[in-house]
Write a new protein. Structure first.
Length: 78
């Protein structure tokens, strides 16, 4: 994996937590920061197209339209 260097400003308290966690886990501070960046990038990703969700059926019959609508609306970026 090719990595690119960047600079960011961080709260000293957050850096202290990262330093402590890295020491306890036996991994580098940079690895924790890279994982955090990846999580942030994935959580803010915007898809080119809306996702198409299938209608779900349960044993007793189809799930209500309200549930399907809630699932679809819950995945839309606000």
């Amino acid at each position: 994996m090719s990595l690119k260097r960047t600079n960011v400003y961080a709260d000293p308290a957050d850096l202290a937590l990262i330093k402590d966690a890295a020491a306890k886990r036996g991994i580098s501070e940079a690895e924790i920061i890279r994982r955090g960046i990846h999580l942030a990038a994935m959580s803010t990703r915007v898809w080119a197209e809306e996702m198409d969700f299938p209608a779900f059926d349960d044993i007793d019959g189809p799930v209500s339209d309200e549930v399907t609508r809630a699932v679809v609306e819950g995945t839309r970026r606000r």
